[in-house]
Design a binder for this molecule. Structure first.
Ligand SMILES: Nc1ncnc2c1ncn2[C@@H]1O[C@H](COP(=O)(O)OP(=O)(O)OP(=O)(O)O)[C@@H](O)[C@H]1O
Ligand SMILES: [Mg+2]
Length: 330
C-alpha cells in the first residue's frame, strides 16, 4: 500500500456564515504531485492554509504526515514547507539575509545551516547574487528564492499556493523541473495553479468549485469523464458557425463553445459530424480533451447549466467568469 501524506475527511472552513471550504475529502500519496485547481475565491488558499496548520478547521478531520490538523497545528507548521500566494520574502533584505532568517526560524544551526543555504542558492541559481536586494530580483528569481526558503528544513511535504502566477514561461519550466526533482526524491507536493498545462503534469488533479471538491483523479482519468467525443473546428466565421450549431444545424451536439479562436464540440460517442454540410470550408477533427475542456465540462455539470455556449479563454489559464464569493454570499 502506498503511504498517504495528506488525508482529509469532510474538511470544512467557515468564516461566519460563509463556507469557504465545504466538506472536502481527499488524500495524497507520498511523493506525488497533486494539483489543486479552481476559479478565484473557490477555497484553494484556505484549504492549503488549513493543511499547513495555519488555520484551524471548523469541522471535519485532516491528517498531514499523520498529524491531526485540529490538535497539532503548531507541529505541522514546523514540519511542512509552505510557499504562500504572495511570496513570503522580505523585500528590503538581501538574498542571503532572507535565507538566514528562514533557516533561523526553522532552527538550523552551524554547518548544516551553512550547507542548506548554499544548496538553496544553487537551487535558485543565485550564486554570486547573494547580496542583492530581494525586491530588485525579477519574478522568476524571487519565486525560486521563495521556494528555497520554504524547503530549507527538508520538509517531507511542500504546499505551493500559485507559485507560478506572474512568472514568465521559461521561469515556470525551470520551477517545474525543481518540483519534479523534489517529488522524485520523495517529497509530496500540493500545488495550486491557474495554468492548465501545469495541471496536465500533475500525478493527480483536484477541481474545487464553491469550496467543494468536484473531481479528483489522474489527468488521463479526468478526461474520461467527458461523455462523448470532442471535435475541434477551425473556421473563418466561427461566430456564425457556433450560432448555426446551437440552432441544431450540425445534428445533435451536446456542447459547443469557443476555445481560443477555434470551436470545440462535444457529441455522443456513436455520432460522427465530420460530413455535416454545415462544416464545408472548415477543418473538423476529433481531439483529445485538454484539462480546460474537462474543467469547463465539470463546472457546467456542477452548476446545473445547459451544456452550451460557454466561452473558454484558450490561453491555458482558467479564467471562468464566476465570482464564487459574491455568488455564494449574496
Ligand atoms: N479570513 C477570511 N475571512 C473571511 N473570508 C475569507 C477569509 N479568507 C478567505 N475568505 C473567503 O473565502 C473564500 C475562499 O478564499 P480563498 O482565498 O481560499 O480562495 P482561492 O481559491 O485561493 O482564490 P484565488 O484563486 O483568488 O487565490 C473567498 O470568498 C474569500 O473571500
Ligand atoms: Mg488563493
Amino acid at each position: 500500500m502506498p503511504k498517504i501524506a495528506v488525508e482529509t475527511r469532510e474538511l470544512t472552513k467557515k468564516f461566519g456564515d460563509f463556507t469557504a471550504v465545504d466538506h472536502i475529502t481527499m488524500s495524497i500519496e507520498e511523493g506525488k504531485v497533486y494539483g489543486f485547481l479552481g476559479p478565484n475565491g473557490s477555497g484553494k488558499s484556505t484549504t492549503i492554509r488549513m493543511l499547513c496548520g495555519l488555520l484551524a478547521p471548523t469541522s471535519g478531520v485532516g491528517l498531514v504526515l499523520g498529524m491531526d490538523l485540529s490538535k497539532e497545528g503548531r507541529k505541522i507548521k514546523n514540519q511542512v514547507g509552505y510557499m504562500s500566494q504572495k511570496f513570503s520574502l522580505y523585500p528590503d533584505m538581501t538574498v542571503i539575509e532572507n535565507l538566514d532568517l528562514y533557516s533561523g526560524l526553522y532552527g538550523l544551526k552551524g554547518a548544516e545551516k551553512k550547507e542548506r543555504i548554499e544548496q538553496m542558492i544553487a537551487l535558485a541559481g543565485l550564486q554570486g547574487r547573494e547580496d542583492e536586494q530581494t525586491s530588485l530580483l525579477s519574478g522568476g528569481w524571487r519565486q525560486r528564492l521563495a521556494l528555497g526558503c520554504a524547503i530549507l528544513h527538508r520538509p517531507k511535504i511542500l504546499f505551493l499556493d500559485e507559485p507560478t502566477s506572474g512568472v514568465d514561461p521559461k521561469a515556470r519550466r525551470l520551477f517545474w523541473d525543481i518540483i519534479y526533482n523534489l517529488a522524485a526524491d520523495g517529497t509530496t507536493v500540493m500545488v495550486t495553479t491557474h495554468f492548465m498545462d501545469e495541471a496536465e503534469h500533475c500525478d493527480k488533479v483536484a477541481f474545487i468549485y464553491f469550496g467543494g471538491l468536484i473531481a479528483d483523479d489522474t489527468p488521463v482519468d479526468l478526461k474520461k469523464l467527458i461523455p462523448g467525443k470532442l471535435y475541434e473546428v477551425e473556421s473563418e466565421n466561427g461566430f456564425e458557425l457556433l450560432a448555426s450549431i446551437q440552432r441544431g444545424e450540425a445534428g445533435t451536439v451536446m456542447d459547443s463553445y469557443f476555445f481560443g479562436k477555434k470551436l470545440h464540440l462535444l457529441v455522443a460517442k456513436n455520432i460522427s459530424i465530420e460530413d455535416e454540410k454545415i462544416f464545408k470550408g472548415s477543418v473538423v477533427k476529433e481531439i483529445t480533451p485538454s484539462m480546460e475542456d474537462v474543467f469547463a465540462y465539470l463546472v457546467k455539470k456542477e452548476s446545473g447549466k445547459e451544456l452550451d455556449g460557454g466561452r473558454i479563454s484558450g490561453t491555458g489559464e482558467i479564467r471562468l467568469n464566476v465570482d464564487v464569493s459574491t455568488a455564494k454570499e449574496g
